[in-house]
Design a protein around this ligand. Structure first.
Ligand code: AMP
Length: 261
């Protein structure tokens, strides 16, 4: 009999300010250990409010797909990092002015008043129009993970390449689902964590290009952009990203710098 699957979500804040969040899609057997892990991560931030929710997922709705290969691009600073990101977006079919504007928008804060958004911008890859229904929030990719049987192999492969930060695993899983979404031709991301400068461009042609510097240390801005190719049904794409449960059933190659950066 197929195992039951659960969406497990954690949100921790202090007086309304977001501190830590996590989201997994796991089998019944994994729920307990994942909840403990989330609890440990959240309490490290000393929150004043912590919520963990567990919701059963309809197993028949789970879509399965492959994880892209991860390749690390060595760059010396964020300027060359952004230049590499720009080139990668062009190679994936995003129009040059659209790619440039997305990079600039993330760099200055894509939300109202230059705040960071909770979700991603959804951008017409040809015309540059913003397509997300609520631009302050953006589109959130949720309910994605790796098949339980691949969990250990993924951790081993990442650790072997020195990619031990939990953000990398989470970003790789999120990017896998985004890549599987109908009509999405590329994704650009860097973190809003001031201490974390790495980000990526992900596209079907070359996979997940990890770029170690996309901003300077101390910069609080970050964000995500999903590039949408007109001609697909926008509502279906958004529904897939926000609602459809997705599990990775095939790992990609992981070619990091082996921790040598
Ligand atoms: P992070 O890598 O977690 O620092 O996130 C960087 C940016 O990506 C955030 O500022 C949000 O704009 C966006 N983001 C975070 N989580 C998601 C998500 N699940 N779906 C879409 N966008 C997200």
């Amino acid at each position: 009999m197929e195992s039951r699957y659960y969406s497990v979500r954690m949100h921790a804040d202090r007086d309304g300010t977001h501190l830590s969040g996590a989201e997994r899609l796991v089998s019944e057997e994994q729920v307990e250990s994942v909840v403990i892990e989330m609890l440990q991560r959240a309490t490290g931030h000393a929150p004043s409010s912590l919520k963990i929710s567990i919701d059963e997922i309809d197993g028949s709705r789970i879509v399965r797909g492959a994880m892209p290969n991860l390749v690390e691009v060595p760059v010396d600073d964020y300027r060359s990092g952004r230049d590499r990101a720009f080139q990668a977006l062009l190679a994936s079919g995003v129009a040059p002015e659209v790619a440039q504007s997305a990079i600039e928008t993330i760099a200055r804060g894509a939300g109202p008043g230059h705040a960071n958004m909770r979700g991603a911008m959804l951008i017409d890859a040809r015309k540059g129009e913003r397509l997300e229904p609520v631009s302050a929030r953006g589109v959130r990719a949720t309910r994605m993970d790796v098949e339980p049987g691949l969990e250990d192999a993924l951790t081993r492969n990442l650790v072997r390449q020195g990619l031990i930060h939990h953000r990398i695993r989470e970003a790789l899983v999120l990017a896998s689902k985004v890549l599987a979404a109908p009509g999405i031709i590329a994704e650009l991301c860097w973190s809003d964590d001031p201490g974390y400068t790495a980000g990526y461009v992900c596209a079907p042609g070359f996979g997940y290009l990890r770029i170690p510097h996309l901003k300077e240390v101390g910069d609080p801005h970050g964000g995500r952009a999903f590039f949408f190719m007109p001609g697909f049904k926008l509502a279906e794409t958004i529904r897939f990203l926000e609602e459809t449960p997705f599990l990775i059933n095939k790992l990609g190659l992981i070619a990091g710098s082996g921790g040598k950066k």
